[in-house]
Design a protein around this ligand. Sequence first.
Ligand code: FE
Length: 140
Amino acid sequence: MASVDQSDSKIERSEAEWRELLGEERYRVLRKSGTEAPFSGELLDNKAAGDYVCGACGEPVFKSNTKFESGSGWPSFTAPVGKAVEEITDRSHGMTRTEVRCAKCEGHLGHVFPDGPGPTGLRYCINSASLGFEPKDSKE
Ligand code: FE
């Protein structure tokens, strides 16, 4: 029997497993780098305190105290949680952008742009379909 790896190593599943686990829309966004329609996401207007977790693997990726109203139509944050995300150059669709992925499962979360508010000046533009939300009592 294979040993169970309890370390911080990546989560890997087959595409068929992800599709089964996530359902069509989350699979399209998280595994195929899709984008949800603006102003359509469930978490866009969420103002509760808590952790935004990767919609594929459950790893906390953003905190509510970094969320801001960008007007873009997607949940927006000024900073990710620690090393929870990876940033990768994305040259698709004739643009050069920086893609944001979950470091744990490589799920596509969204993109980061250098036009956010202080203190980072960054805008992490994240699909609601790529996220889950776990409420917490206080905004730490
Ligand atoms: Fe993940």
